[in-house]
Design a protein around this ligand. Structure first.
Ligand code: FAQ
Length: 314
């Protein structure tokens, strides 16, 4: 590198650092360090994949929803998740990533998606509990991302969070109905809560001490809070919601700590988390096989769209 090139590189870095320090946004046209770009593509792609794979657990109940009203609500919710995936792939494309490559990396297991979507949905109460707990965790994690330093990601998150709030309310409303129903319906809600509570806590990622990316992502203001801070916030939020519903969260160690002014909670099974993230969860193989089949079956649509665009251009 020549002395002039090195000097201008330094100036670019200084300008980037100042933009972050002043809490202004980095936009796709701006210079950015390669590591910042890579981190964003990694996080945004994983997030997009999670939204797309996340359609499957609830999609499982679309044909068996107990009423037309519940079916219409669920259909709208699952479609919203597809929309979230699209906004996020678009945000990744502003960084130079290619959506087709990202999809291929998901299918090949070279990119991750959230651990939470590798668990089965055994009853219709799971639909309510996913809305309450999983969308609840998504909101707790994603509201601070609306202030993320990368403009397209932050702006996508604003709309996504509004829709996630609707999702959480629909889940809670469904659960309130079930809890006002028969003992068997209440039991279904309790059983679903027992199964989804701990995996929901894992959504926030490994403990801070074992999180290789948090420190740098916080310095770049991509992330605004650590994994443990957000997990604690979520626990504090969920306990009164469980009480309002009349369900018990499956953690005997859950109790208010007057000194910390937060709820204490039990040890998360991090070995299980690692197993699920590494592909050994109950539904990992099924989720990816389903995604691959949908991708293969959609090939003719993509070909037709390209042919149509070429015809219009000529
Ligand atoms: N599952 O150093 P950290 C939703 C990975 S969307 C799988 O702490 P980071 C909507 C992590 O990627 C849910 N992998 O990483 C919906 C990293 O691996 P890598 C998705 C996980 O990025 C609702 C390694 O572990 N939300 O729910 C998980 O600083 C209902 C070390 O971790 C987002 O993606 C996990 N749970 O923090 C849809 C939000 N946790 O890449 C349908 C945006 C960690 O180094 C129905 N993402 N890993 O190989 C984030 O906020 C962050 O990326 C974290 C992880 C907090 C997830």
């Amino acid at each position: 590198m020549t002395a002039t090139a090195a000097a201008s590189q330094e100036e670019l870095q200084e300008h980037f650092d100042a933009t972050i320090a002043h809490d202004r946004r980095i936009e796709p046209r701006d210079w950015m360090p390669e590591a910042y770009r890579k981190t964003l593509v990694r996080q945004i792609a994983q997030h997009a994949h999670s939204e797309i794979i996340g359609m499957q657990p609830e999609g499982n109940w679309l044909t068996r929803a107990p009423s037309l009203r519940r079916k219409a609500i669920l259909l709208a919710k699952v479609q919203d998740e597809a929309g979230h995936g699209m906004y996020l792939y678009s945000a990744a494309e502003t960084l130079g990533a290619d959506r087709a490559d990202l999809t291929q990396m998901l299918i090949d297991g070279r990119q991750k998606y959230s651990s939470i979507f590798n668990y089965p949905t055994l009853t219709f109460a799971d639909v309510g509990v996913i809305g309450w707990l999983v969308d609840g965790a998504a909101i707790a994690n994603q509201v601070p991302l609306c202030r993320s330093s990368f403009g397209p990601y932050a702006r996508a998150m604003v709309r996504i969070c509004k829709e996630e709030s609707f999702h959480q309310r629909q889940g809670f409303e469904l659960l309130m109905h079930l809890m006002a129903g028969t003992p068997a319906q209440r039991e279904m809600v309790q059983d679903a809560t027992n199964r989804w509570w701990w995996p929901s806590l894992m959504m926030f990622g490994p403990p801070d001490a074992d999180s290789p990316n948090t420190q740098q992502s916080m310095a770049w203001r991509i992330k605004r809070h650590t994994n443990d801070e957000l997990r604690q916030r979520y626990v504090d939020m969920s306990v009164p919601q469980a009480a309002a519903l009349g369900v018990t969260l499956p953690d005997p160690e859950l109790r208010w700590n007057t000194d910390r002014e937060h709820y204490d909670f039990g040890e998360i099974d991090w070995a299980d988390f690692k197993r699920v993230v590494s592909g050994q969860g109950p539904c990992n193989a099924e989720r990816i096989a389903h995604r691959k089949a949908a991708h293969d079956e959609g090939e003719w649509v993509r070909e037709a769209a390209v042919a149509y665009a070429a015809k219009q251009a000529s």
